[in-house]
Design a protein around this ligand. Structure first.
Ligand SMILES: Nc1nc2c(ncn2[C@@H]2O[C@H](COP(=O)(O)OP(=O)(O)O)[C@@H](O)[C@H]2O)c(=O)[nH]1
Ligand SMILES: [Mg+2]
Length: 394
């Protein structure tokens, strides 16, 4: 089993030799592991490159890669790519090149990989973890974690902006890097890579780590622009996640207006601009189509709404989800599940009036909202289940 620890660097001449030595010293705690170190350097002007190249000439476990362009994400992505393609790594790890991360956590991370996890995330924020940076950096770490948890909906993960991690080659290969902003000049690669791993179906385990402040050299973090990118990234994910719900509500609202108009035409021969305000007649026939046959008109209008909803949900709202059942089965399931809404509304109206002594409209409003909620989940858990298998990456 070959493990390559990728260390992205920019101007780390005071630290890099000691980091390499300390990582390789973990060999004794990593039984049956062929441990290698790769330094992915952004052409540091301070001579980091020549120090690493010199070590690599005498130690075959040490490798140097000049990624040329600036950016932590460039070092991370190109370094791992090189580790997989050229060094034939099976397992990949990454850590900072300034001794902030303690290499003695590597064996524990590796144990979790061996147990079947595809990514092990070092966390300063879980029980046992520590962050020894100044208060404003601790605030950034903690604030980002809360923000990412809420905007991504990942309440099981505690840490998002750290870069001490280990993962399998298989996971790395299953990530779509065209969607990861690895060329950015901020450190957005750290949360973005984690998110991409989640999307790729990673099995994640967190381990507590202590993050020491660097003793030598200087920090290249640009916290203001990094904060801005973390906010932007979370917002993008939230919007993408909300898209399906927004489509679901648009289809529901338009179907209500169309079926209200149809009911009016069938039952009375009139369409109101606002469904139940007869003052605003916008269309009128000389004679209703089903001259006051309320039952028949209602059934037709309701079935029209169900079919309308089905067509749009099938082709638009839930288009990217599984269409595993034949169309007729999906339509029948949808018809069946649509009955739940009026039933919920009926119970809700009676419960509001008779038990809670509230207005009947309050009962209806609560019933409509609850019915929508139930319908949405029945749709995604029963009719348009999950993503198609070919879109699953791990
Ligand atoms: N390849 C590469 N590595 C970088 C770049 N900027 C920072 N790093 C490395 O990323 C790691 C973390 O950077 P650091 O400045 O210590 O940030 P901090 O720990 O958040 O204050 C260190 O190993 C840096 O040398 C860059 O532009 N390219
Ligand atoms: Mg640092």
């Amino acid at each position: 089993m070959k493990l390559v620890v990728n260390i992205p660097t920019y101007n780390e001449k005071e630290n890099i030799e000691e980091v390499i030595k300390k990582v390789l010293a973990q060999s004794k705690n990593l039984k049956n592991v062929d441990l290698h170190v790769l330094v992915s350097d952004s052409h540091s002007p301070d001579g980091t490159g020549s120090i690493v190249k010199k070590i690599s000439q005498t130690n075959p476990r040490v490798h140097y890669l000049d990624v040329v362009q600036m950016g932590l994400g460039v070092g991370v992505y190109k370094g791992h790519r090189f580790a997989v393609d050229r060094l034939k790594a099976d397992v990949l790890a990454q850590m900072d090149g300034d001794l902030s991360h303690d290499p003695s956590t590597l064996p524990q991370m590796y144990e979790y990989i061996k147990k079947g996890n595809s990514l092990v995330n070092g966390s300063r924020l879980m029980k046992g973890g520590k962050n020894m940076l100044g208060w404003h950096r601790r605030l950034f770490t903690r604030g980002s974690a809360i923000y990412c948890k809420v905007s991504w909906g990942t309440f099981n993960l505690t840490e998002y902006t750290n870069s001490y991690r280990m993962f399998t080659k298989k996971l790395f290969e299953s990530i779509d890097f065209s969607k990861v902003p690895w060329k950015s000049k901020t450190y957005i690669i750290q949360p973005a890579f984690l998110h991409a791993a989640i999307v790729a179906g990673a099995k994640i385990k967190e381990v507590p780590i202590t993050f020491q402040d660097r003793k030598k050299g200087y920090s290249k973090a640009k916290i203001v622009s990094y904060t801005f990118e973390v906010l932007k990234f979370g917002l993008k994910i939230r919007i993408l996640k909300s898209k399906v719900i927004i489509k679901f509500l648009i289809v529901g609202a338009t179907s209500y207006y169309l079926s209200a108009a149809l009911l009016g035409i069938l039952n009375r021969g009139e369409v109101y601009a606002v469904p139940f305000l007869s003052k605003f007649v916008i269309f009128s026939l000389s004679k209703p189509l089903f001259s006051n046959n309320l039952f028949l008109s209602s059934v037709i209008a309701i079935e029209f709404a169900i079919i309308y909803n089905f067509i749009f949900h099938d082709n638009w709202t839930f288009k990217s989800r599984s269409h595993h059942d034949p169309k007729i089965v999906r339509l029948l399931k949808f018809n069946f599940s649509s009955i739940s809404s009026p039933l919920i509304q009926l119970v809700s109206i009676h419960f509001a009036v008779q038990v809670l002594k509230l207005h009947e409209q309050a009962g209806l409003a609560a019933g409509v909202l609850f019915g929508l909620f139930v319908n949405y989940f029945v749709n995604i858990l029963w009719i348009w289940k999950d993503k198609p298998a070919h879109q699953k990456t791990a």
